[in-house]
Ligand binder design. Structure first.
Ligand code: FES
Length: 141
């Protein structure tokens, strides 16, 4: 299997079976972001206790890239200290600008599947949508 089709499989898996997807009525902070290029919306909701993200969910509608990236983001962030989560959002942005290797943030070994997005600048906003929403949640704490 080529690397490209492996990446496609990873993205499709997260798209079809998104982790931590759904409404989160019990979450204290939630923020919805829109991708102005397509009008898709994505909401991220979190709970924080003792300086850690104890719960994180996302919901909304978007393309495979945005949903897969949101799914990976929630897996990466659950249980993280808030300060670490903030710097990981920055790291992800650097990765999506091509300024940093994906390996740095790729604990599950799946994030690299988003690397292909770098070739399509118009889709980068799709990939960062959930991360932007999380950052707004953290800003509201
Ligand atoms: Fe709408 Fe990607 S095309 S979020």
């Amino acid at each position: 299997m080529s690397l490209e089709s492996l990446y496609q499989q990873i993205i499709l898996d997260h798209y079809k079976n998104p982790r931590n997807f759904g409404e989160a009525p019990g979450c204290a902070v939630s923020v919805e972001h829109e991708n102005p290029l397509c009008g898709d919306h994505l909401k991220v909701a979190i709970n924080v206790a003792d300086g850690h993200i104890t719960e994180i969910k996302f919901s909304g509608k978007g393309c495979a890239i945005s949903q897969a990236s949101a799914s990976m983001m929630t897996e990466t962030m659950k249980g993280r200290p808030v300060e670490e989560a903030r710097s990981l959002v920055e790291e992800f942005r650097r990765m999506m600008r091509g300024d940093q290797e994906f390996a740095a943030l790729d604990e599950a070994g799946e994030m690299e599947a988003l690397k292909g997005v770098l070739q399509f600048p118009v889709r980068i906003k799709c990939a960062v949508l959930a991360w932007d929403a999380l950052e707004s949640c953290l800003r509201g704490l």
